[in-house]
Design a protein around this ligand. Structure first.
Ligand code: SF4
Ligand code: F3S
Ligand code: FES
Length: 249
């Protein structure tokens, strides 16, 4: 038999909403998503929540729990004091559809804007050869589950809707870095692209994105900072500039 705990959930839609209080049973080993499912089963059958795998791998159950962006299925109730009220709200950076479900299409739009992997002409799939060291460099970025918690927490867009058109966000900086490190990607302008089209310059390295990543990807240190450094290198390094001029002729 579990204990009764205080739970507070935001209910509403794009026209507005409010926090609702619930008393709900919590059992040992349960996670926040279990409690939301219990609420649906017992007290709030129409409570909307997005989830899929319940194993921290699909990236669907992003929400804010006591104000922190987290995955509902990976946040154990034992994280909180027994007397603590657990407050669950939708992620703040994206528009609410209903209750805990938000419209994350901003991210899909940014994904479409990023030029795709460009293998050299004439190399067919299956003919790619990569050194293990090159595989390892970008392996970390491939762990992304697209939960968009990093996108949600980044202050550049979290409180500034007006920055959204110009800023792709940390999830897409790691994608750009991954392609930049790919030995078979034929584009040599990934860094310039990140600066000009993705708004890399808006990032002032607050590292909030890295702190919330459930896959522990070192977004700032391993992707953003190297991309920024090399953008600076290329623009200001006289040898690189001379080389580019010669080869452009
Ligand atoms: Fe989520 Fe991390 Fe991917 Fe960002 S980089 S979308 S926080 S898994
Ligand atoms: Fe935003 Fe991460 Fe940069 S939180 S400001 S993208 S370091
Ligand atoms: Fe898939 Fe939480 S339900 S990550």
């Amino acid at each position: 038999m579990g204990t009764k705990r205080q739970f507070r959930v935001w209910r509403g839609d794009d026209t507005g909403g409010q926090l609702e209080d619930f008393q709900v049973e919590v059992n040992e080993g349960e996670v926040v998503l279990d409690i939301i499912h219990r609420l649906q089963a017992t007290q709030a059958p129409d409570l909307a929540v997005r989830w899929n795998c319940k194993a921290g791998k699909c990236g669907s159950c992003s929400m804010e729990i006591n104000g922190k962006p987290r995955l509902g299925c990976m946040t154990r109730m034992s994280t909180f004091e027994e007397t603590e009220v657990v407050t669950v709200t939708p992620v703040r950076t994206f528009p609410v559809i209903r209750d805990l479900v938000t419209d994350v299409s901003f991210n899909y739009q940014k994904a479409r804007e990023l030029p795709a992997f460009a293998p050299p002409v004439g190399v067919a799939p299956g003919e790619y050869r990569m050194q293990q060291i090159d595989v390892e460099r970008s392996q970390e970025f491939r762990k992304c589950i697209e939960c968009f918690l990093c996108q949600n927490v980044c202050h550049v867009v979290r409180d500034h809707e007006e920055n959204k058109p110009a800023f792709s966000g940390p999830r897409f900086f790691i994608r750009a870095a991954e392609l930049d490190m790919h030995p078979l990607d034929a584009r040599d302008d990934r860094k310039e692209q990140a600066q000009k089209a993705q708004g890399l310059g808006y990032c002032n390295i607050t590292k909030c994105c890295t702190e919330v990543c459930p896959e522990h990807i070192k977004i700032t240190d391993n992707a953003i900072i190297p991309m920024k450094e090399r953008v600076v290198d290329r623009r200001f390094d006289p040898i690189v500039r001379l080389g580019r001029k010669i080869f452009r002729r």
